[in-house]
Design a protein around this ligand. Sequence first.
Ligand code: NAG
Length: 432
Amino acid sequence: THCTVCWCGGILTLTLTHSASPPSLSPLQCTWLSPRRWLNLQEYQSKKLMQESGVAVQRFYVADTASEALEAAKRLNAKEIVLKAQILAGGRGKGVFDSGLKGGVHLTKDPAVVGELANKMLGFNLTTKQTPKEGVKVKTVMVAEALDITRETYFAILMDRSCNGPVMVGSPQGGMDIEEVAASSPELIFKEVIDIFEGVRDDQALRMAANLGFNGPLQRQAADQIKRLYDLFLKVDATQVEVNPLGETPEGQVVCFDAKINFDDNAEFRQKAVFAMDDMTESDPTETEAAKWDLKYIGLDGNIACFVNGAGLAMATCDIIDLHGGKPANFLDLGGGVKERQVYEAFKLLTADPKVEAILVNIFGGIVNCAIIANGITKACRELELKVPLVVRLEGTNVHEAKRILTESGLPITAAENLDDAAKKAVAAIKK
Ligand SMILES: *[C@@H]1O[C@H](CO)[C@@H](O)[C@H](O)[C@H]1NC(C)=O
């Protein structure tokens, strides 16, 4: 797993993806700087979207109970069936259930076995390398037709900054980590820049299909799949559709065996159906609550809560706290257009964490009016009966008014002159 750096709405965000090249960031930054919670779909949800765009996927059903799974297995009437626990975390195949069952993915020829296995999956927790220790509760299983793969290729459509638009990337070397292919045999990575007005041209799709190694009648079939994947990419406002593997079956079918779709969260307003599929149960409840108020919350290990605006300032704040011998407990990024209510909710979230022994507010009022922050802070302090020391450093727009509000509030707020001073005072407040 690597970090990807991107600028999003003017806010520096880092997301964990498995497909992008790793920038040079320290592991610390990678773990704490993932303020965006990207919409993440379950496998069956992605495959449904693909099906709806005419993309070839294995036949499958979804089941919430063991008897449904058994019925689905019978209905599939397949030579071989694959049963897959639906959780967002990776490493399912090697995971373990607290029912004792090993493996979140099973192959069988017997529908009755599907029923038995589903019985040991549904309602139980599955622990994999990527889940918390207690695992994630499995509520849904996917019952699919197992298909043989004679050849695996890699295909993706993604937004590429250097091309100012979508790009197709493919390799005949699929089924494995694409970074490794790119590093060891770059000549096996093929690109086609897509003109957003024209879409994927026929010659482009056919050339990509040929580069992926699809010959004869399979070339047309693969080109057709490529076009449909681009239709899907547009239809759901994806930023990336990655198919690995895009495979070939012994029967001569081109099939998308596994796919990862990333969505543009700026398009949420017109992709309501897609975003409604978002399953929050696997994410940190505090992050989910923060997202409700348009705040970005990241939990860390220390004891100083950081209330900041902008990820750059968040990084600097955490670094300076560290420099002065403290450890951030979390950080909460307020973002741009701030309202008093948001400040209040932010404080509620920050102080709900029992680890927090001091709060450091470090806000630079550029777009943000410092007086709004100050009013939010004083209101929150009073209503939440704040019990931990609070150090505030405000700078920028309307800062004099803000300082007046804080001073006249009579609240025990420690004012700081600058970032360094603020961090020192926050660390000192804990030592007391
Ligand atoms: C099962 O996982 C859920 C999270 O999905 C967790 O809240 C719960 O504590 C876990 N149960 C057990 C028995 O570990």
